[in-house]
Design a protein around this ligand. Structure first.
Ligand SMILES: Cc1cc2nc3c(=O)[nH]c(=O)nc-3n(C[C@H](O)[C@H](O)[C@H](O)COP(=O)(O)OP(=O)(O)OC[C@H]3O[C@@H](n4cnc5c(N)ncnc54)[C@H](O)[C@@H]3O)c2cc1C
Ligand SMILES: Cc1cc2nc3c(=O)[nH]c(=O)nc-3n(C[C@H](O)[C@H](O)[C@H](O)COP(=O)(O)O)c2cc1C
Length: 767
């Protein structure tokens, strides 16, 4: 094949090498606008896995590269005058210029023709002479943009400003240096890539950048300012730029995240940064470019495969890999963009948060990398959790937590889950066994299902209630059992179904109206949940007062039943949630319109409940932090305001759920998918939060807690299949100090032994 590669970056050069290795008969021209030896940027980092891939593909270039790689293990985080060092991270770095020299030599040696100072124009007719044109022309690809529609290009320009500099200072560790200035936070990502040189990327928010006046400075002035800011890290060395003399490069940039729906059009194929970008903070662009090149060369040289089939395979396999990295990169990018959320942390937790920011590295990964450091974090966590009384080295999920005078034994909670199994709102033997078993299963705190304050406030005829003496007695029996047989605390979740009421039992059809016996439902406005649901009656002021008093009565009964805590359910589209979300609240009175107005009634109910509940016992509020409806619904910014408003009325914990507030929601599911909302409310609002939503591994819980993304972790569905989730986690993590029903001690000891033996066998296999 006759092939043109536009751009002699890692993608174009490595593709030329790989094609020539597969078949020397290919004719390959590589065009580069810059002279040889002139390039932007400084060093790039790789992981060990990338080295394995390139060694398998071309041992010759891999040998030269690996001989010249700089290796290091430690990460230093400089923050608020302290340096936190953790080890075992295993990076490899090389200068970009040297990397390109090695690839150029190898490509030339294999017979590719390299043309420098050759600016390529997509409109040039010469491209028609080629079978394939490889657009390896980088992040600002002209070849991609010339056919932006055909490629389905999606560009997301990120908020922060950065500049890619170099320095003669040799950093022994991968260094993150955070400095607080009168203009805001500014920080550097620095790492050595040669004997005498390091990369030094400076980053800050746009506001800080403008406040410094960087927008009005030329490059040398900006460098002088950065040298002063980071003087204590540079040890007398200068910062250097290599962007000034380059075509197509600017000094300060906003990172552009590129995604393309299609990676080929006609005879043009996108490769490397032209097709996709991740983010420099996870250092994987070069790796992706090299791996793209290997895959594309593989499929193009496979006999008996049509060009279209080859390109389809190239895109489908590579785009999956890219998507994984782009997800991690998004988390990492956002962490730096919202840095100020975390600057109230102590240095150790700040460093932990930084290391786990992309969610690719978890608590247990950190233990494998540097056990000693992780144990320092665990001790710090326990010390804080016990106000200095404990020096325990143990997983964060087992640390106690105090809300007013209620202390929970550990941070795991059984999330509220409707069982749809009551008659006339009265909990029965099913509920007794269900809650009893979960209480002895080890969780520190147990929530009841949404217990309704009136018959009309039920979701279904099977919901539990708290409006009469029979219900109170049945609940008291459960609460007494929990207190007598476990260390768990139990929280009564109170709610009113609003417009989502009068529907079938959960498993007979979610939100589907009853076949018969429907009751009139009410809501903030006359907006039906869906076309098949009733049009609710908008609440009058008299209705509001009546319902508020029902909540207060239920709180008093909850106290009589002996509950430790009360939660008000103001999430998931039920009555109070219908006031908060603009998608359901269309009122024009003082209860509709602005967020303050929409919160007025839910806050009134909460305040009345709080007044009826003893001041030494805590209360929480469950909210939907987003409607999953973009700007039309509750925004993440508003969720912080909502949390703050309830906290002002005496809420001690914000139980951060999301969605289910309108039928057309577009949720983005995944592991721990709602935790970012808890993180934001906790750290921007400085409130205690509980995270929930697809958290299922002990490792998830520990990572969330140690990184300060929540104070408690709730699991719902995992507890349906395993009431003993917490005790099982303790056995798995070899944590002994947990209350186990004496009747079950033997079984737990056996489980712990078996799990330990299995873990040792798995570790031996890895060695
Ligand atoms: C600040 C920063 C730090 C980074 N750190 C790392 C890291 O540590 N590790 C890592 O793996 N990656 C890192 N990257 C990403 C990495 O630089 C890119 O992902 C990688 O270079 C992509 O390779 P490429 O060949 O696709 O594109 P590029 O390396 O951008 O190469 C494209 C080439 O095409 C040339 N070109 C463009 N247009 C034309 C034209 N019209 N005619 C002729 N030639 C043209 C350009 O001059 C350039 O040489 C970082 C990126 C940034 C911005
Ligand atoms: C069967 C079932 C019933 C639920 N009932 C309630 C409820 O009564 N009140 C409530 O606030 N959330 C309820 N939820 C939501 C859960 O508390 C939790 O927020 C959600 O399931 C996500 O957590 P998970 O991924 O751990 O299951 C229910 C969830 C399930 C699966």
């Amino acid at each position: 094949m006759k092939i043109a590669c536009v751009g002699a970056g890692p993608a174009g050069l490595y593709f030329a090498i790989t094609m020539k290795l597969r078949d020397p008969a290919h004719e390959i021209d590589v065009f580069e606008r810059n002279p040889p030896g002139v390039t932007f940027g400084w060093g790039v980092v790789f992981s060990d896995l990338t080295v394995d891939n390139i060694t398998r593909n071309d041992p010759v270039s891999a040998k030269i590269l690996t001989d010249e790689f700089a290796h290091w293990d430690d990460i230093d985080v400089h923050f608020k005058g302290e340096t936190v060092t953790s080890g075992g991270h295993g990076f490899i770095g090389i200068g970009r210029k040297r990397l390109l020299e090695i690839l150029q030599d190898r490509a030339r040696g294999l017979g590719a023709r390299l043309h420098f100072e050759a600016e390529c124009d997509p409109a040039d007719p010469k491209w028609r002479q080629y079978d394939l044109v490889i657009a390896s022309d980088g992040i600002n690809s002209r070849f991609r943009d010339a056919e932006a529609e055909a490629f389905g290009v999606d560009v997301d320009e990120r908020r922060n400003k950065f500049v890619w500099l170099g320095t003669g200072k040799v950093f022994d560790a991968f260094t993150f240096a955070f400095e607080e200035s009168e203009h805001g936070w500014i920080w550097a990502h620095a790492y050595r890539f040669a004997e005498d040189c390091s990369t030094f990327i400076v980053e800050c928010s746009e506001a800080t950048w403008k406040s410094f006046g960087f927008d009005r400075m030329d490059q040398s002035e900006a460098i002088t300012v950065c040298e002063k800011l980071f003087v204590k890290y540079l040890g007398g060395h200068r910062l250097i730029s290599n962007a000034a003399h380059l075509r197509g490069s600017a000094a300060w940039l906003n990172f552009r995240r590129i995604k393309c729906e299609r990676w080929s059009s006609g005879n043009v194929i996108l490769l490397g940064d032209a097709a996709h970008t991740a983010h420099f903070s996870i250092g994987s662009g070069t790796k992706l470019a090299l791996e793209d090149a290997i895959k594309l060369a593989d499929v193009l040289n496979r006999s008996g495969v049509s060009l279209q089939a080859a390109l389809d395979e190239y895109q489908s396999e590579r785009s999956l890999e890219v998507l994984k990295l782009q997800n991690s990169a998004r988390n990492s990018t956002e962490w730096f963009e919202t840095l100020e959320r975390y600057t109230h942390f102590e240095p150790l937790q700040f460093a932990y948060s930084l290391l786990t920011r992309s969610q690719r590295i978890s608590h247990e990964n950190l233990r494998l990398r540097d056990r000693e450091w992780l144990e320092t974090v665990e001790r710090w966590f326990w010390k804080r959790a016990t106000e200095g009384r404990s020096n325990k080295t143990a997983p964060p999920m087992f640390a106690p937590f105090k809300l007013r005078e209620m202390q929970v034994e550990n941070r795991i909670t059984v999330s509220p889950m409707a069982m749809y199994s009551a008659a006339d709102g009265v909990p029965n033997d099913f509920h007794f066994v269900h809650y009893g078993e979960r209480a002895i299963g080890g969780a520190g705190l147990l929530f009841t299902e949404m217990t309704c304050v009136s018959p009309e406030g039920r979701i279904s005829p099977g919901c539990t209630g708290m409006w009469n003496a029979d219900q109170l007695a049945a609940w008291k029996r459960i609460v007494d059992f929990v207190h007598a047989n476990s260390k768990a605390k139990i929280c009564l979740q109170l709610g009113h179904s609003g417009g989502k009421g009068s529907t079938k039992l959960g498993w007979e059809g979610n939100d589907v109206p009853l076949e018969s016996g429907n009751w009139q439902v009410m809501s903030a406005s006359d907006v039906p949940w869906s076309p098949i649901n009733q049009v609710p009656k908008p609440m009058t002021r008299a209705d509001m007062e009546a319902v508020r008093e029902q909540f207060v009565t239920a709180v008093r009964m909850g106290l009589e039943a002996g509950f430790d805590m009360i939660e008000l359910h103001a999430a998931h589209g039920y009555l109070l949630s219908s006031f908060i979300t603009p998608l359901q609240n269309r009122r024009t009175d003082e209860y509709g319109g602005s967020l303050d107005n929409r919160l007025r009634y839910p806050l009134e109910v909460f305040a009345a409940m709080r007044a009826a509940w003893p001041s030494d016992r805590p209360m929480s509020i469950r909210i939907s932090a987003t409607d999953w409806a973009g700007e039309d619904g509750i925004t993440p910014e508003e969720s912080v305001l909502i949390g703050e408003a309830f906290a002002r009325e005496g809420a001690d914990l914000i139980d951060v759920s999301a969605g289910q507030t309108w039928a057309e929601q577009q949720p983005v599911y995944g592991r721990m998918f709602q935790t970012p909302f808890s993180d934001r409310i906790r750290n921007e609002g400085r409130l205690a939060t509980m995270a929930v939503g697809n958290i299922y591994e002990p490792d998830h819980a520990n990572s969330i807690l140690a990184a300060g993304r929540a104070d408690l972790v709730a699991l719902a569905r995992p507890h349906l299949v395993d009431p003993f989730w917490t005790i099982r986690a303790a056995a798995q993590l070899d944590y002994r100090d947990i209350a186990i029903p004496p009747q079950y001690l033997n079984g737990v000891a056996q489980l712990a032994r078996n799990l330990k033996r299995d873990a040792e066998a798995a570790a031996a296999m890895r060695v």
